[in-house]
Design a protein around this ligand. Structure first.
Ligand code: GDP
Length: 414
């Protein structure tokens, strides 16, 4: 029992706009990471002549990625403020990173969109992944955004640059279906740390009176979770342990509640088990609720059939496995009947768009045109999809359609 609320967010934005550095700064200034660790990373970064990368490596500790100088892994990190327990679902902006970002976005309460404010960078980001990522999280059901207008040190903390970016982004985001009151803009510098945890000094930016990144994070409302609905937990990790805990799984409870002793089933594997013990944030608890990230120690289970992405349900109300569905999707590219990969969280199955049912009005959701021949990028449409294999899916779940390595649409199952 903890009075703090929990929230999770995904970090999005164009490559090199400073996502990893910003998260490293956040964790360092909140003292989640100590000076010794940072010194060690700084030494390693100096050794390859990239000292500014030390902060970026806080989020990401694997050697291979460091050597390449890009962060491409789906790393998860936790931190707490006085009010909230946060999970960062990291999403670096590398091109082939989109599938991981989808996994993050499908769990996120809100998104932090990082934008490089320096000359020409914001503009080239608009042609790159800035808009694509914002549209993607929107179509995955994310409604709140914190826009980190980053590298303000390079923009010399110029108010007019901040305002220019804010105005252009607001116009785009509102047109994409975000509500203006759900978007917070924060000017900051991840590398040097102004306005991340500590406010920017007045002599640098007297014009700014808004929140720091941390206060904006604290102010974000966590999505209301369905406690009364049937249990759904998507498996994030599977640990095959020793004698005491032969098998444990972790993941976030998307809806419902669970208790020690409950009989569960993982779908579509159909594998049944009992919950022996539950851990939340390294503490053993008797029960857990929607929104919490849990580790479940299981008994009476045959682990070979379990997979990352399977959905844990109560044995009494399992999710169905289906091969066909209708979804309301935002088109990123032209949509036509034909082959697609259907992604739900970390899982994907090949399939095809069988039909374009209708295009829909973006704000009202009403039918705009029945049976269009083609759906244009930026339009919202109802499509019918068929899959080669069954996937565990139900109404309201977030799915993504990809073709030849590109995201062509994303949205919610109807
Ligand atoms: P990512 O690809 O979005 O994760 O970007 P990184 O965090 O790897 O940062 C890309 C580059 O921008 C690195 O060289 C960083 O040191 C630099 N950078 C990040 N934040 C800032 C900032 O606030 N100011 C300045 N001057 N450089 C920054």
């Amino acid at each position: 029992t903890n009075p703090k609320k929990s929230a999770s967010f995904v970090v999005i934005g164009h490559v090199d706009h400073g996502k990893s550095t910003l998260m490293g700064r956040l964790l360092f200034d909140l003292k989640v990471v100590d000076q010794r660790t940072l010194d060690k990373l700084r030494k390693e970064a100096d050794a390859i002549g990239k000292s500014s990368f030390a902060l970026a490596w806080v989020m990401d500790e694997t050697k291979e990625e460091r050597a390449r100088g890009v962060t491409v892994d789906f790393a998860t990190n936790y931190f707490e403020t006085d009010a909230t327990k946060f999970t960062i679902l990291d999403a670096p902006g590398h091109r082939d990173f989109i599938p991981n970002m989808i996994a993050g976005a499908s769990q996120a309460d809100f998104a932090v969109l990082v934008i490089d404010s320096s000359t020409n960078s914001f503009e080239s980001g608009l042609k790159g992944q800035t808009k694509e990522h914002a549209l993607l999280v929107r179509s995955m059901g994310v409604q709140q955004l914190i826009i980190a207008i980053n590298k303000m040190d390079l923009a010399e903390w110029a108010e007019d640059r901040f305002t220019e970016i804010q105005q252009q982004m607001s116009a785009f985001l509102v047109a994409a279906g975000f509500q203006a009151q759900n978007i917070t803009f924060v000017p900051l510098a991840g590398l040097t740390g102004e306005n991340v945890v500590n406010p920017v000094p007045k002599d640098k930016a007297a014009w700014y009176t808004g929140p720091t990144l941390v206060s904006a994070l604290d102010g974000a409302r966590a999505t209301t979770r369905a406690m009364e609905k049937p249990l759904r937990l998507s498996i994030n990790d599977i640990f095959r342990g020793g004698v005491i805990n032969p098998l444990s799984i972790s993941g976030r409870i998307d809806q419902g509640t669970l208790q020690a002793g409950d009989a569960i089933v993982a779908q579509p594997a159909g594998e049944t088990a009992s919950i022996k013990r539950i851990e939340v944030a390294s503490q053993e608890v008797d029960w857990a609720v929607a929104g919490q990230i849990v580790i479940l120690h299981l008994t009476d289970i045959d682990p070979i059939h379990l997979r990352h992405g399977d959905i844990v349900c109560h044995l009494s109300s399992p999710i169905t496995t289906i091969t066909e569905f209708n979804a309301k999707v935002l088109a990123f590219e032209h949509l036509l009947p034909g082959f697609v990969d259907v992604h739900r969280g970390p899982l994907h199955v090949s399939g095809k768009i069988k039909g374009l049912v209708a295009t829909l009005d973006k704000s009202s959701g009403e039918i705009a045109k029945k049976k269009p021949r083609i759906v244009q990028p930026g339009q919202v449409a109802r499509v019918s999809v068929e899959m080669e294999k069954g996937m565990s899916l139900e109404e309201g779940m977030r799915i993504v359609l990809r073709s030849e390595g590109r995201t062509i649409g994303a949205g919610l199952l109807e």
